[in-house]
Structure formats: C-alpha cells, structure tokens
Design a protein. Structure first.
Length: 171
C-alpha cells in the first residue's frame, strides 16, 4: 500500500519514494499500521506499508532497509518485538517502534525500549500507530516548514476539541 507525495517540477508531476516506511512484523499488525498510515496521509507524508520479519525473513528485512530511500522507519511488532532493533541496526535513520498488545504486553515494550547503547529506537505506547506517525512527522518537520505548520494546526484542532468538549460537559 503506497501513498505517494506528488511534486511539481517544470509542469509535470514526479512521484517520490515513500518518506516513511512502515514495517509490520506480521500481517496481524495491519490495523495498527493503518492508524499510522491514516495519520501520515492527514499530513501529506508519503508512506508505504510492508511486512518483514526480523526472525523469519532477516535477509529481506536487511535488503529492504538498506535500499530504502525512506527518511524515517516505523516498525510495528509484538511478542519478542525484535523488528525495531533489527531495523535500527541496519540504518542510521530514525526508527520508531510500536509495541503490539497481546497476552504479555511487557515483552514487546521492553524489547523496544531496552536497546543497547548506540542503537536507539524511539518508542510509543502499545498499539499507538498514530503516535508513531506524529513522531515521524515531528522529525521530518525539523527541516520542513510546511509540516511544522501542519503540526501547529493539528495541535490547535486538538485543543479546540477539548475546549468544545468541556463546554458540552459543563452544560
């Protein structure tokens, strides 16, 4: 599933490679991946979702990461959750890990946050694909004023909604 960004160059459209690559540890993580994809679409950030396993397809994962033009990787994994750390070991680009809830939630959380020195992985809450996407957008916004402006608008929308909710509750 690719969501391209279109750029205008001399009166013609040129499709870019995904700016954010979302890697699922398995197909069962797709709903969480869709949360990230939806949020990235809201900000107009090109992305792609793929499935690759750190344990079952390590060569595929290595090749995918090494050959990717993505600026940020979002990795979604449960259980042992080795995927974020494996991706981080293959690149110097930012990697965001999303732990997937399951029978033992602590396993996936600890696997993502307890990385060795020198191979960091940013972590968001359980099943929080949307927060991973927002964090990716914040990283990209460091050098993109358009995205920075969209983030400001998004934060204002959230604040306005809370104000509205408060007025409704107060009667």
């Amino acid at each position: 599933m690719v969501v391209p960004i279109l750029f205008r160059t001399r009166n013609r459209s040129v499709q870019s490679m995904p700016v954010v690559l979302i890697i699922l540890g398995s197909k069962s993580d797709l709903e969480i991946g869709k949360k990230a994809l939806t949020m990235l679409q809201k900000f107009g950030v090109g992305s792609e979702i793929v499935v690759a396993s750190a344990h079952r397809t390590p060569e595929r994962l290595w090749k995918m990461v090494r050959e990717s033009d993505a600026k940020v990787f979002i990795t979604i994994a449960g259980l042992a959750a080795a995927l974020p750390g494996a991706v981080a070991s293959y690149t110097t680009k930012p990697v965001i890990g999303v732990p997937v809830s399951g029978a033992v939630n602590l396993d996936s959380i600890l696997s993502i946050v307890q990385m060795p020195p020198g191979i960091p992985v940013a972590a968001v809450g359980l099943d929080r694909g949307e927060n991973a996407a927002i964090l990716a957008v914040e990283m990209l916004a460091i050098s993109d004023v358009r995205l920075a402006g969209k983030l400001e608008e998004y934060r204002k929308e959230m604040a306005d909604k809370i104000e509205k909710d408060s007025k409704e509750v107060q009667g």
